[in-house]
Write a new protein. Structure first.
Length: 280
């Protein structure tokens, strides 16, 4: 039977990490998939729960969690409402949360292997983590970014430092979401450590890159760029897919969108294979 259990962890700067793991209780020692959500995303966004159930039905433990400064609270886990937390988020905090989640899996479950799946900005985090964490056995990125600074405009940076804040729009709700200048300062301070392209060169585990060719948020050329940085990675195009593979929030169907179904099926084949396909 497919079951879901919830957990909380101590995250960055005193904030809590809210998480859950989905599994088949008949499988006593499954490999674990850790999913990292993207910018303005969260663990219960869209079809993420259906995705978790899919992998659990195939014999995996699927763990997903809200980054501590995602802006999602325990009182409302289906929207970003804590704008103070969202505004104060940094890449250092996110990477710390990812490490905390991996520590939790490593010490709590008798997992044979730990696999990372990251979407969008979460894909960038996953690349950096996989490059430096020997506990990771395989890496999958969905619509991954190749540069954290692509999430804001270069011309905003001067004003950002002067005023201490900029705003990004939530495309779904049209809400203006604040970002404190500590995000930019943290990025500038750790540019070498946060260089996704350089980290891609250092990924030595099997890596599957999936990306839609109709993604207007992160162009398919970004996936090609990442694949060029790591020629041992496998890259596959999802024809006609947007940034979220046809999902939306709130997602009301009990079936995965067709393009997201392609993504999870291709990911499953990759996880079940002994190694990734090498490029010539």
């Amino acid at each position: 039977m497919i079951k879901k259990e919830h957990f909380t962890l101590s995250g960055a700067a005193g904030k809590m990490i809210l998480g859950d793991w989905t599994y088949d209780d008949k499988n006593t020692n499954p490999d674990t998939i850790i999913f990292i959500h993207g910018f303005k995303g969260f663990k219960d966004w869209g079809a993420h729960n259906l995705t978790a159930a899919f992998f659990a039905s195939k014999g995996y433990r699927y763990l997903k969690f809200n980054l501590s400064h995602s802006g999602v609270t325990s009182e409302n886990q289906n929207e970003v409402t804590d704008m103070d937390a969202f505004a104060s988020n940094t890449i250092s905090m996110e990477l710390s949360d990812v490490s905390t989640a991996i520590d939790y899996v490593n010490t709590t479950f008798p997992s044979r292997s730990i696999y990372l799946i990251g979407h969008s900005r979460g894909g960038g985090l996953a690349i950096i983590q996989a490059a430096r964490d020997k506990r990771i056995s395989k890496l999958i990125t969905w619509s991954a970014i190749s540069d954290f600074s692509s999430l804001w405009k270069k011309e905003q940076e001067k004003e950002w430092i002067l005023t201490g804040k900029i705003f990004v729009e939530n495309a779904r709700t049209k809400e203006k979401m604040p970002l404190n200048s500590t995000l930019l300062e943290d990025f500038n301070k750790h540019k070498a450590d946060f260089n996704i392209r350089n980290a891609a060169k250092q990924v030595h585990v099997p890596w599957l890159i999936l990306h839609g060719d109709d993604d207007v948020n992160v162009k398919f050329s970004v996936a090609q760029e990442l694949a060029q940085k790591q020629l041992n990675a496998e890259i596959q195009k999802i024809e006609g897919a947007n940034h979220v593979y046809g999902a939306y929030h709130p997602y009301t169907s009990d079936q995965l969108p067709p393009q997201l179904n392609q993504v999870v099926e291709k990911s499953l084949v990759f996880l079940q294979s002994t190694s990734a396909i090498n490029h010539p």
